[in-house]
Design a protein around this ligand. Structure first.
Ligand code: SF4
Length: 348
């Protein structure tokens, strides 16, 4: 059963209409130290160390939707929701082997914003914007930085490259979060991609289903319906994220004809326990979401506090497959490791 999110008392007086409006959620994001301090003053259950946040030396902004904040267990400073969204000075630690652009996406761009690593697939970095900035983000070198967003002419240049390269069969629209586009922008972009004959597969990468499920409006669904078939790749990491609101959003996408796949990054303290992953996948399936990949946390700079050992991840995944009858057949939860610049390697 997916529970509706109990909104935090800071937003108790907000009307249901505003609360379930994606634009209201974006306008009311928590994104400054002062915002956090205001909540801490209001609610003795929420404590945090302002110095720790202040000392977080990173250009990667922070932003949390009121919805996602409300999923947090405020009494637990190691709450898996909190760990994913609250900045921490642990992000200042960068190890020798961690890299700025670990997957080497930026050096494989024939035109700005378009990574062309495999002959038949490209990934377009459409926007720097996300509803929430996940502290372990692989692209935190550029996500949240407005200067990295593609301008109209750059998107046109990317589309031109795709149209001119007949080997490309698959286009991934990513970012940032492609659902940060307005309905009109998304419709226009999908129309242009669909006009390229040799593009057969279109994938949209979004975490809005987890951090801002209200983004899935009837208007967005109408746009997506026009451009089927579409694959949505989303990113649930913890069972607490599988709320009633998230389930409604996922089911609406399924009704529109989308295939909704999930990848989960295994993160220390968040979900690196078999029972957590089992509960997560058990909740995703009734929501119409196909558990697809488990990922090892990338070697992105400043993420070592999240990283588990590959051998421990392997034990977890093999344990899931061994102990749950349906797991290997129903889920496609392969375990993937991204190699520096070399693409993904499947280990289970
Ligand atoms: S939603 Fe995706 S791109 Fe945006 S911060 Fe989170 S992991 Fe990074």
């Amino acid at each position: 059963m997916n529970k509706p999110t109990l909104r935090h008392k800071k937003w108790a007086a907000v009307s249901d209409k505003d609360w379930s409006s994606w634009t209201w959620q974006l306008q009311n994001k928590i994104e400054t130290l002062a915002d956090l301090e205001e909540i801490a003053k209001l609610d003795p259950d929420f404590s945090f160390d302002p110095e720790d946040v202040r000392k977080t030396q990173t250009d990667f902004n922070f932003a949390i939707t009121p919805y996602y904040f409300s999923l947090m267990n405020l009494k637990d400073i190691e709450c898996p929701i909190r760990l994913q969204c609250l900045p921490s000075s642990r992000e200042n630690v960068s190890l020798d082997y961690e890299l700025l652009d670990f997957p080497k996406e930026d050096s494989m761009m024939p035109v700005p914003g378009l990574t062309h690593r495999y002959p038949d697939r490209v990934m377009l970095y459409t926007t720097h914007h996300c509803a929430m900035y996940c502290r372990f983000c692989t692209r935190k070198r550029k996500v949240s930085d407005a200067s990295t967003a593609l301008r109209g002419q750059q998107i046109e240049a990317a589309l031109k490259h795709i149209a001119a390269t007949k080997t490309i069969r698959e286009v991934i629209l990513s970012g940032g979060d492609i659902f940060s586009f307005s309905d009109r922008q998304l419709d226009e972009l999908l129309t242009k991609v669909r006009a390229i004959d040799h593009v057969e597969i279109v994938r949209l990468g979004t975490r809005n289903l987890v951090t801002l499920p209200f983004r899935v409006t009837p208007e967005l669904v109408a746009v997506l319906k026009k451009h089927q078939p579409l694959y949505i790749h989303t990113h649930f990491n913890h069972p607490e994220e599988c709320s009633a609101e998230a389930a409604t959003a996922c089911k609406a996408l399924r009704k529109a004809g989308c295939v909704v796949n999930n990848h989960t990054v295994i993160l220390k303290g968040v979900n690196n326990e078999q029972k957590t992953l089992q509960e997560l996948n058990s909740k995703l399936i009734p929501m119409g979401v196909q558990p697809y990949y488990f990922y090892h946390c990338d070697l992105t700079f400043g993420s070592s506090h999240f990283r588990t050992k590959i051998e421990d991840d392997l034990k977890l995944i093999r344990g899931l497959h061994a102990e749950i009858d349906w797991h290997q057949e129903i889920t496609m939860s392969h375990y993937m490791v991204d190699t520096p610049g070399g693409g993904k390697v499947e280990l289970v």
